[in-house]
Structure formats: structure tokens, C-alpha cells
Design a protein around this ligand. Structure first.
Ligand code: KG4
Ligand code: ZN
Length: 342
């Protein structure tokens, strides 16, 4: 079964063609990072316009990269949400049009679930019940999925998502957008014990909180630079020397990673899932991969290249949904910027 999937939830336009939910024939990603980094973050209106320009040529490129014709596609899949509404619309309307014109089913996918189900694209696909740590720019959650794809959120962030914390702290440290990879790279040269930032203590040991940590970094930057905290996030009126930047990055990353490892270890001990998977943009983080593997050697990581937003994970999830008869009717499908998972 060949699925052509489209993902346009944020600042990547992606089109993939995947066979039987597992074999990636192509997974093209047109990133807008260079455009948004000038602004220090994603500008929604700009993102939507870029998707409009990119989507049609990318579909054509995908078909030729996979050497298939549109008539050979068995079903279309698209990210329905969550994400930026203007961006989601481009993907949803394109996919609805393709499904209507070629008279094929359309499978509407929740992109947060897809971040976890990207693990089905690995050489050792996971089994159910499946516990997933999903760590992205907008979500941080521990979710338990059953064979029929029903799920329960067993832990989640009470405030900022892990990726959001990386991006905000990246800005505070004067690093380029997105903050995750930049903090990770800077942190490699730093001393992770240079600063002792707090770890949130929560009632539910499976929950997370990162906003106090972000504030602690902000206070530290204020103490080092003497700049008023009100001005810290607005515009860079200061600069940190490279070593201080590296020490702050490493010390911040240590706390984020240790709380993700602690919550995931506790959830794994509580639910004894058949498989544990880690996905989402932050799952590309080297330190997280290393420390989680040490704590939980059986953890299955979504391949680094598939951790960020991509359409292959949408196709893999759509295939699972179709196997379970979970296909939305075509007509009512609309983009949903705040589609609930949690
Ligand atoms: O899943 P994703 O591509 O998009 C959303 O659905 O949000 O995640 C993007 C997030 C950004 O916050 C980015 O800074 C973070 O993933 N990220 C990382 C790394 N690579 C991307 N965070 C930490 N370490 C990384 N290597
Ligand atoms: Zn995502």
C-alpha cells in the first residue's frame, strides 16, 4: 500500500511516499529555518506563504524521486493538527484536493502521535502497549498507546514544552534559532556543573515543568550582564562570552535531560510497556539519547533524521490508522490548530 503524506504544521513543508507504513520511498523536507531565523522564531504568515510556494513542486519532486505516478498512490495522508492554522490549511486543502481528484481515501493524522509512531520506521518496530516520550517544540508528554491506537496521556509538561524551553533559552544566550541544536552544540564546549539550575518538583512524578528553569537561566544571565530582565527577551542588548554561553547551555541542558530521563524511567517502571519509544524534535538531542539509553537500554529512538517534522512519520501513522479502520471521512476534515492529544 502506497501512501503519499503531506506535513505542513509549522516551518517545514514535507512530502513523503511510504510503502506499507515502513519502507520510505522518499521523504522530502523543504525547511524554512533560514527565513525564520532572521526573526528569531517562526512568523506564521511567512510560514503559510512559504508552504504555498513549496507544496506543489515538492509533490512533483516526491513522485519522481519515488518513481511512482499519482495513479499508483493508494491513499493520501495529511497532518490535521496541532500546529499553525495558516500552515495546516495549505497541507489539508492540498491533500483534500488530491484525494477528491484521484478518488482515494484521505487519512487525517495528529502530528504529535506521528512523532511517536515515527518509531515504526526503524529496523526494530515497537510493539504495543507502547509508551512514548514525545518531546517537541509545542508538546512534552508521556503517552501510553494500545494496539487499537487508543491512548492515555500519563504525564505532561505543566507549562513550557522541552523544545520551547530550548528555543527560549537559546534566545537568552544569544544563540541562533532554533535553540535546541544550537544549545546542544554550544554545550559540548561547556561545563555542565558551572551553574546549578533547579529541577521542578511536581506532584505527579510523570509530569514535567520547564518554565522555572528558564526563569533561573534568565536570572543568571541578568546577574552576569547586569541587564534588566524585561529587556532580556526583547532584544539582545548584551553579549555573553563564548565560554559563559557554553557553560550556561551545558548546565541548562543537563537539567532538562535529567528531568526527561527521570519522568520516562518512572513511567516505564509503572506501566511496563512492551516498547518504549522516544520521538519529536528534541529526541534528536545527543545528550538525551545517551542518558536515556544508559537508563533504559531497550528504548527505541526515532531515527535522528525523522525526529523533526516530516511527512514519513505521517504516512507511517496513517498506515496504522488505516489498519485499524480509523480513517476520517473526507468532507468534514478541516485543519485544527489546537487539535487535542492531551
Ligand atoms: O518536533 P519539532 O520539529 O516541531 C514541533 O512539532 O514543535 O520540534 C522542534 C523543536 C524545537 O524546539 C527545537 O529547538 C528542538 O525541537 N530541537 C532540539 C534539537 N533539535 C531540535 N532540541 C534539543 N536538541 C536538539 N538537538
Ligand atoms: Zn513536530
Amino acid at each position: 500500500m502506497l501512501i503519499l503524506a503531506i506535513e505542513t504544521s509549522c516551518d517545514e513543508t514535507s512530502v513523503a511516499i511510504v510503502e506499507d507504513g515502513q519502507r520510505i520511498l522518499c521523504n522530502l523536507i523543504a525547511s524554512q529555518i533560514d527565513i525564520h531565523s532572521q526573526y528569531g522564531g517562526v512568523v506564521p504568515e511567512v510560514a503559510a506563504r512559504e508552504h504555498i510556494a513549496a507544496i506543489t513542486p515538492l509533490i512533483q519532486q516526491a513522485l519522481s524521486a519515488a518513481t511512482v505516478t499519482m495513479s499508483e498512490i493508494d491513499a493520501f495522508a495529511v497532518t490535521r493538527g496541532p500546529g499553525l492554522i495558516g500552515s495546516l490549511f495549505i497541507g489539508v486543502l492540498t491533500a483534500k484536493t488530491l484525494a477528491a481528484v484521484f478518488d482515494k481515501p484521505l487519512i487525517a493524522v495528529n502530528h504529535i502521535i506521528a512523532h511517536a509512531f515515527g518509531a515504526f520506521l526503524t529496523a526494530t518496530p515497537p510493539s504495543f502497549p507502547l509508551l512514548a516520550l514525545t518531546v517537541s517544540g509545542g508538546h512534552t508528554a508521556l503517552t501510553l498507546y494500545q494496539e487499537d491506537l487508543s491512548f492515555e496521556v500519563v504525564g505532561q509538561t505543566q507549562d513550557d514544552a522541552a523544545g520551547e524551553a530550548f528555543d527560549k533559552v537559546g534566545r537568552l544566550l544569544g544563540l541562533p534559532y532554533p535553540g535546541g541544536p544550537a544549545i546542544s552544540a554550544a554545550g559540548e564546549q561547556g561545563d555542565d556543573q558551572a551553574y546549578h539550575f533547579p529541577t521542578a518538583r511536581l506532584q505527579n512524578p510523570l509530569d514535567f515543568s520547564f518554565s522555572g528553569l528558564k526563569t533561573a537561566v534568565l536570572r543568571q544571565v541578568q546577574a552576569i550582564t547586569g541587564v534588566n530582565p524585561g529587556n532580556l527577551e526583547l532584544k539582545q542588548t548584551y553579549s555573553l562570552d563564548k565560554q559563559t554561553q557554553a557553560d550556561l547551555a551545558a548546565s541548562f541542558e543537563r537539567v532538562v535531560v535529567s528531568s526527561l530521563v527521570r519522568g520516562t524511567t518512572a513511567a516505564n517502571a509503572k506501566y511496563h510497556p512492551a516498547s518504549l519509544v522516544i520521538g519529536g524534535g528534541v529526541a534528536a538531542n545527543t545528550r538525551l539519547r545517551r542518558e536515556l539509553t544508559q537508563a533504559l537500554p531497550d528504548a527505541i529512538f526515532v531515527p535522528t533524521a525523522l525526529c523533526g517534522d516530516n511527512a514519513a512519520m505521517i504516512a507511517a501513522t496513517a498506515f496504522k490508522m488505516r489498519q485499524n479502520g480509523l480513517v476520517d471521512p473526507l468532507i468534514p476534515l478541516m485543519a485544527d490548530s489546537s487539535l487535542a492529544v492531551l
